[in-house]
Design a protein. Structure first.
Lengths: 309, 351
């Protein structure tokens, strides 16, 4: 049973103050299987947050269907909301209440034991400051409290929208570890929306990429990357100029560059790296290094969405 | 680098036990009690109440027999002097008196003690008169408490919108009507307690003043019945004011805007329009607030409308605004505002 399904969901926001209507979702499909971490990627304004709001019943779709754990939302949302924890954009809490009191209020609503509040504060390393007022928290602390709130229900589905916003490097690492751990626990499915592509790449098992409200790629991260292979290799040779002349004569595109390890040569559109080795050897040029250039998620993302690098 | 992880098979979704009954109510009550604004308001209210008692103790006094005798002598002298002038007037009516008007009417009736405020008005420090002040104080406390209740009602839901915590709450309790209904119910309960506390505060204050610096005059037979009825209507006014603040803020989703609208309403519509077009007063909230809480309602005079019927030729129209009529009017307005706010909340996209 998938954790999340969206089928042909469309949403257009009414134009206000003379602005034209804005199509936020355009026949969007989304499938998140149960378990693991699913990355949700897209440029700003691509519809990620609107999609999450539709799933949580905060925004009504104009057309299409959405389901959480096979229950239609928003109609059956009360049946499944106990399984869903969410942090959507900025954490929303009462500024004059302490972090602990804010969590206690939420715990009371769902009938969650008070001991769970301190457990969640421990998880996000906020217990020492739990008695401080929320408005005195740094952005990173606010974000961590938001994650703690999302974890209160021990959710089967954890929806995190930009959870690393405002966190320092150590905080980002901690959140990444937490997400990774939750994704492996066999209990939790994490839907992670983030603009930090490297983060998604490091923790996500599968990914959906959307742009202008439409899904443009989806599947396991490896498959999405494989479909965007660069067919480039980087070589290092004792005589870069001579080697470059040989390869150029054979029709390869070249990009010489220097890095900390010295001069190198990027060779483009190499169908078989062995061809490069053979050509150079025939001309007395022997390789010191040949490294295929793997596509990273960022490259794939930019290529798919058409965003400038 | 892409992470590759081995995961145990996912567990099937199980039904969660429902949240304990009343958990949302409990959480909202918790928040209502914990709100700093309400705590500060309650603290200031108690301080103001204590200050009013102290001021009352210094304002009123316990005159001696000698004080009463001196005041009575002053009253008698004024009445005697006035009677002397009146007799002179009757014996020799003013030359500019209208033709055909009897001298009795030109010179007026004899002055009485009541006309000049009674002997208490001539005491240095008059005693506290519970019989005269009982319902007046209840009305004043109801008015003050209503103004505060309006602000409490507006900020109760307005704080949710300004922090957008109401959106976060929907992650936990997605039935919007239930969320709104619970907040409304908690506010009504809180406003009721607040209104009762205000009236109990007045009773205690009046009791202290009566015991310390009160008159020895017995209370009228219907005093307690009349006072308690006024106080009950005062509590109702406090609740309605809180509901009006809640409903208005639910519509505009901003406490400042709601309070601004209320201010403009009071200054522009209630005061200016109420004076310019008195015949519209029965449709104004302030007039109906007075009509609800005042003992016996209020009698309005429409200076902008003249009664041309045979027996009241040329007289302005008089209109009686009773307690029940005012209560119904205010309730209808409150229900309309809350109803509209609730419908909008149920249908709006939460962004």
């Amino acid at each position: 049973m998938p954790a999340v399904v969206m089928e042909a969901v469309t949403k257009t926001y009414r134009g206000r103050r003379g602005r034209p209507p804005q199509k936020a979702l355009d026949d969007l499909d989304l499938l998140v299987e149960t378990g693991g971490v699913h990355g949700f990627l897209g440029p700003n304004g691509s519809g990620k947050t609107t999609s999450i709001r539709v799933l949580l019943g905060l925004v009504s779709a104009d057309a299409g269907a959405a389901r959480l754990f096979d229950r239609p939302v928003p109609d059956a949302l009360p049946e499944v909301i106990g399984h869903v924890g969410a942090l959507v954009e900025t954490p929303l809490f009462f500024p004059n209440f302490s972090g602990r009191r804010n969590l206690q209020l939420l715990a009371e609503v769902a009938g969650v034991a008070r001991t769970r509040v301190d457990e969640c504060l421990d998880i996000v390393d906020l217990r020492d400051r739990a008695g401080d007022r929320f408005k005195g928290y740094s952005l990173g602390m606010k974000q961590r409290l938001g994650i703690a709130a999302a974890l209160l229900k021990q959710p089967r589905l954890l929806i995190l929208d930009e959870p690393s916003n405002g966190l320092d490097p150590a905080g980002i690492r901690d959140v990444r570890e937490l997400i990774r751990r939750l994704g492996r626990d066999g209990h939790t499915t994490v839907l992670l929306s983030s603009h930090l592509l490297a983060e998604i790449e490091q923790v996500a098992d599968s990914v959906t990429i959307l742009t202008r409200g439409r899904r443009v790629a989806h599947g396991p991260v490896r498959e999405v990357l494989a479909g965007r292979s660069t067919h480039d290799v980087v070589i290092r040779v004792p005589d870069r100029e001579s080697a470059g002349a040989v390869l150029q004569a054979a029709g390869f595109g070249l990009s010489p560059f220097d890095d900390v390890r010295g001069p190198a040569l990027a060779v483009h559109n190499v169908a078989a790296p062995g061809e490069v080795t053979r050509l150079l050897a025939q001309h007395g040029q022997y390789l010191e290094e040949l490294t295929p250039v793997h596509a990273d998620l960022e490259t794939a993302f930019l290529a798919i969405t058409g965003e400038p690098a | 680098m892409t992470a590759s992880v081995e995961r145990p098979p996912a567990q099937p979704l199980q039904e969660l036990p429902p949240a304990p009954r009343g958990s949302l109510v409990k959480a909202e009550l918790h928040r209502f009690r914990a709100r700093r604004f309400i705590q500060v308001l309650a603290g200031l209210g108690v301080l103001g109440w204590a200050a009013a008692i102290i001021i009352g103790l210094f304002t009123f006094g316990t005159p001696t027999e000698t004080d009463y005798a001196a005041a009575q002598a002053q009253v008698d002298r004024i009445i005697q002097e006035n009677e002397t002038y009146r007799q002179q007037c009757l014996d020799d009516p003013p030359s500019d008196a209208p033709q055909g008007v009897p001298a009795d009417e030109v010179c007026g009736p004899p002055l009485t003690e009541a006309d000049i405020g009674g002997v208490e008005s001539f005491l240095g420090k008059a005693p506290f008169d519970l019989a005269a002040s009982g319902t007046v104080g209840a009305v004043a406390f109801a008015g003050l408490a209503s103004a505060l209740a309006f602000v409490v009602g507006a900020t109760w839901i307005g704080a949710e919108w300004s922090t957008r915590s109401i959106v976060a709450l929907l992650f936990w309790a997605p039935r919007r009507m239930r969320v709104m209904g619970t907040k409304f119910g908690v506010l009504v309960a809180g406003a009721t307690v607040f209104g009762i506390a205000a009236q109990v505060g007045w009773l205690i204050m009046a009791g202290i003043l009566d015991a310390a610096v009160g008159t020895d005059q017995p209370l009228p037979d219907d005093f307690w019945g009349s006072l308690l009825q006024t106080q009950a209507r005062g509590v109702l006014l406090v609740v309605l004011a809180a509901v009006l603040g809640f409903g208005l803020t639910s519509i505009v989703r901003n406490t400042g805007a709601a309070l601004g609208i209320a201010f403009v309403y009071v200054v522009v519509i209630q005061l200016i329009l109420g004076n310019a077009k008195p015949s519209w007063s029965p449709w104004l909230l302030g007039t109906n607030a007075a009509g609800l809480v005042m003992d016996g309602g209020v009698r309005l005079t429409f200076w902008d409308k003249v009664d041309y019927s045979a027996d009241k030729l040329g007289q302005p129209v008089e209109y009686y605004l009773g307690n029940l009529q005012s209560g119904i009017f205010l309730t209808v307005v409150a229900v309309l505002l809350v109803g509209l706010g609730t419908v909008l909340f149920a249908r709006r996209d939460m962004q």
